[in-house]
Design a protein around this ligand. Structure first.
Ligand code: URA
Length: 252
């Protein structure tokens, strides 16, 4: 994408103002002064741009991976409880970044946050069937995991008279521990699936959403921006094309 377009998309001025700024040598891309407004920026999401020595945020849409710690509710604001926003920069709130789906207060692990409404909606909607994988630890006092459970969960657990889960994939890691992949996001869904099968969850940690794994280098409570490749993989998982992504971010 052209440099002037990248900067205009970020709301940093009119096209003519931006061109003037570039020509006057005040814009740096990856430490290099660029004076050509038509200079091609190959990966706008990863570009390190500076204007008059100050870093600028060029992305209209933000895509964040957050390793949620226990004890926070999945909301950006709350009158009485501590929220995930307490661990994130204020700028995310200003840019209307919101979590994709929810994790319970005591659930830890992968949360995606974005202000890209189309992507967020599709990742959360059962219609697009994006897998969410949980590392589930259960208490000793109930039914323990065995290989027989694989078929039980694959058949679809009935949670209520009018709701049966889509087939879920169980991988038994031990008698108290399994990975469970589900394709919806009903309230307390994993805990209720465990309860229905005679178990009580002791700990729940989300490790994957569709193609995106929780980064093992991200400590609990930390966040990072997704790479362009990771965003593309999420787009692909919900059958959005790259061109739709460009349309979303492109103002001209
Ligand atoms: N299922 C649950 O029961 N809790 C979560 O936080 C996520 C999925």
């Amino acid at each position: 994408m052209r440099l002037d377009r990248v900067l205009a998309n970020a709301g940093l001025g009119s096209r003519s103002e931006i061109r003037k700024l570039i020509r006057s040598g005040q814009v740096k891309l990856d430490q290099q002064v660029i004076t050509d407004a038509g200079y091609q920026v190959h990966d706008p999401a990863a570009a390190k741009l500076m204007i008059r020595g100050q870093p600028v945020e060029t992305r209209q849409h933000l895509y964040i991976m957050f390793n949620k710690p226990a004890g926070l509710i999945t909301a950006m604001e709350d009158k009485k409880d501590n929220t995930i926003a307490d661990r994130l920069p204020r700028m995310f709130l200003d840019k209307k970044v919101a979590p994709v789906g929810r994790l319970d207060r005591d659930t830890t692990g992968l949360l995606i946050l974005t202000n890209d409404g189309t992507l967020s909606h599709r990742l959360a909607s059962p219609r697009w069937s994006v897998g969410k994988v949980y590392d589930v630890t259960i208490h000793d006092n109930g039914v323990l995991f065995s290989e027989k459970d694989i078929n039980l969960f694959a058949a679809g657990i009935q949670l209520s008279d009018d709701f049966t889960c889509k087939p879920a994939r169980l991988e038994v890691l031990g008698k108290n521990r399994a990975l469970l992949e589900i394709h919806e996001g009903k309230f307390h869904q994993v805990k209720r699936m465990m309860q229905k099968t005679g178990r009580e969850v002791a700990a729940l940690h989300r490790v994957r959403i569709g193609p995106l794994f929780l980064d093992p280098d991200l400590n609990a409570g930390d966040y990072r921006h997704l790479s362009q490749q990771e965003v593309d993989s999420l787009y692909h998982a919900v059958r959005l094309t790259d061109s739709e992504q460009i349309q979303n971010t492109d103002q001209f």
